[in-house]
Ligand binder design. Structure first.
Ligand code: ATP
Length: 574
């Protein structure tokens, strides 16, 4: 109920459209009540009282009623669909905005497919509330009220008899609603699981091919697909018992009227025309009741979906702007300090412990250490993908938590190990660094990033489509495109996560040239995996189990014979 009220609030900006839709629905309903009345005139006045002159007028009246009813029905469909598309557009927009606002931790704890399912499938089901739900519920209720009034106006005794099955219908509807709502939650969950699996399986299709795991993946897909079918069937089974039973209970009303009404006609208390008219209205009376059952059924599905959508809207971002933060400068100089920083993802496993590190503006350092030492985590904290649990990280003396997130991130350029490129052209991907850049500037940064050469050789140069995640480019090429886009962004701080995959020497040289250009005059963190390439940094910082264990230059650290020397030796032997 709370979700339904919340959904209704989305109608507020479109009040006029909602009222117009309702008005058309009311007229359609009112016009539906005209034909049984005309039928009574035909039987009692035209046929039995032999007033044939009335017949043409009755036929004109009947055609006009049908014509107008369908005209208003057409307008209602049009207004209703416009209303529903606008509301669902607003809802989708809100969900996407909420998703963009959420922190990295939200995404690291959920699968992309599951989230996509909420944006696409669940909002689509919410749409059903507006298409068939609210409008159906309103028109059916109005019809019901209209017909009830007619029934009582015609014959109150018959009307009371026809209402006898109603309490049974109400009790059953309440029980059904409760049970089916739970089933629909399960359906939405299995739909999301199926979607999540599908997304994962399609992303990993190369692994499936490489390991020949088609049959295995098909099995996993079918298991989830089966679970989805089974949860749908459960709801449908309940509906298959409920819906016909309710129609049967409703028809008991008709039987009662026949039994009592025929007696009334024989006693002369009722005309044949009146009984036929009453039965016609009674048939109409159960149409909206059955409609309300169906709408309720559909509504439970839509409401279960809406609860999943609202769950996204209601999740507060773990990392967000503190109230009243203002940007501390136009542009940072780039002095970074990790001041006794501690951090963990899970309380029992510390990742960084009391770490202190100072960088002067424009200094280039390499972070080195065994896998899992905490190097990437340090830089996730610098970008505020997560917040430190103790200590502070400052830039030019300002705590990163005391400035707007957008400003902080505008000051840092990130080149990831395997950079993410969007499904678009090379140009689209470079311009991401500065959407206002012109072609001249794009080419300039591509040249500086040593990317122009290979881009020029692509079939359509900068306009070449590079596929999802940039699959049509090699890792080395992706890194250079990524360097170009950071150059366009022109931040005072740079994070460069060196590619771990093997890159040929020629590409390696080009990336290094590009990196040297990129890092000039910018405070730089390089997460280094290949220690042979570490000659061009001001300092090497060795991290182990969340602590800094050594600092210095390559030769010094080698001579010291500590962890760095051990790592270097291990790589050299490989
Ligand atoms: P590598 O060189 O292999 O990339 P790293 O030094 O960059 O390693 P981190 O990625 O910082 O190491 O990881 C530090 C520790 O934190 C590891 O034990 C890792 O398993 C854990 N970790 C990293 N990300 C998460 C996460 N999102 N949730 C839970 N644990 C995480």
């Amino acid at each position: 109920m709370k979700s339904l009220l919340r959904i209704l609030k989305y109608l507020r900006p479109y009040r006029f459209l909602a009222v117009t839709t309702l008005f058309c629905a009311m007229l359609t309903t009112a016009l539906e009540l005209v034909p049984p009345w005309l039928l009574k005139i035909v039987i009692d006045d035209v046929i039995q009282a032999r007033r044939l002159a009335l017949l043409p007028w009755v036929i004109i009246g009947l055609l006009s009623a049908y014509g107008l009813k369908n005209l208003f029905a057409s307008l209602r469909i049009r207004f209703n669909n416009t209303l529903e598309q606008r509301v669902v557009y607003d809802l989708r927009d809100q969900v996407f905005t909420a998703l963009q606002r959420l922190s990295v931790s939200y995404y690291e704890n959920r699968s992309t497919g599951e989230i996509m399912s909420r944006v696409n499938n669940d909002t689509e089901h919410v749409e059903r509330i507006f298409i068939d739900g609210l409008e159906g519920l309103l028109t059916a209720s109005l019809t019901l009220v209209g017909i009830t009034i007619m029934l009582f106006a015609l014959n109150w005794k018959l009307a009371v008899l026809s209402l006898i099955p109603i309490p049974v219908l109400i009790v059953s509807a309440t029980v059904f609603t409760k049970r089916v709502h739970g089933y629909y939650h399960a359906i939405r969950r299995s739909a999301a699981e199926l979607n999540a699996y599908l997304q994962d399986a399609l992303s990993g299709i190369r692994e499936t091919m490489g390991f020949n795991r088609h049959a295995y993946e098909r099995g996993r897909f079918n298991a989830l697909s089966q679970q989805y079918s089974a949860s749908n069937l459960k709801a449908m089974c309940l509906w298959s018992v409920y819906s016909p039973s309710m129609i049967f209970v409703g028809s008991l009303g008709t039987a009662l009227i026949l039994w009592y009404g025929v007696g009334e006609v024989l006693r002369g208390a009722l005309t044949v025309g009146e009984l036929v008219m009453f039965l016609s209205y009674l048939a109409l009376f159960y149409v909206p009741i059955n409609q309300i059952h169906s709408v309720n059924h559909m509504l439970q599905h839509a409401l279960a979906a809406s609860e999943r959508v609202f769950d996204v809207l209601d999740t507060p971002p773990e990392v967000q702007d503190r109230p009243g933060t203002v940007r501390p400068a136009e542009r940072f100089q780039g002095a970074v300090r990790f001041d006794r920083v501690s951090f963990h993802y899970r309380p029992d496993v510390p990742v960084l412990s009391d770490m202190t590190l100072d960088l002067k503006p424009g200094e280039r350092i390499a972070l080195v250490g065994p896998s899992g030492a905490g190097k990437s985590t340090m830089l996730k904290l610098l970008m505020r993908f997560y917040d430190v649990q103790a200590g502070a990280i400052t830039i030019d003396g300002h705590d990163v938590r005391d400035m707007p997130l957008a400003f902080l991130r505008s000051q840092i350029g990130l080149v990831q190990q395997e950079p993410f490129l969007f499904n678009g052209t090379v140009r689209d991907n470079i311009i991401y660094g500065d959407l206002a850049a012109d072609q001249f500037r794009i080419k300039e940064v591509a040249q500086a990033a040593r990317a122009h050469e290979f881009i020029a050789e692509l079939p359509e140069g900068y306009e070449t489509w590079i596929g999802e995640r940039g699959v049509k480019l090699s890792v080395g090429q992706k890194q250079r495109v990524s360097i170009a886009r950071v150059l366009l962004k022109n931040p005072p701080l740079v994070i460069f996560d060196e590619a771990t995959s093997n890159i040929d020497t020629e590409t390696e040289v080009k990336i290094r040239e590009a990196l040297n250009y990129l890092t000039q005059g910018r405070t730089t963190f390089i997460i280094a995996h290949r220690l042979s390439t570490l000659h061009n940094v001001d300092r090497i910082v060795v991290v182990d189990r969340g602590r800094i264990v050594e600092e210095g230059l390559h030769e010094e650290l080698l001579n010291r014979g500590g962890l760095y020397a051990g790592l270097y030796e291990a790589q050299f032997q490989l």
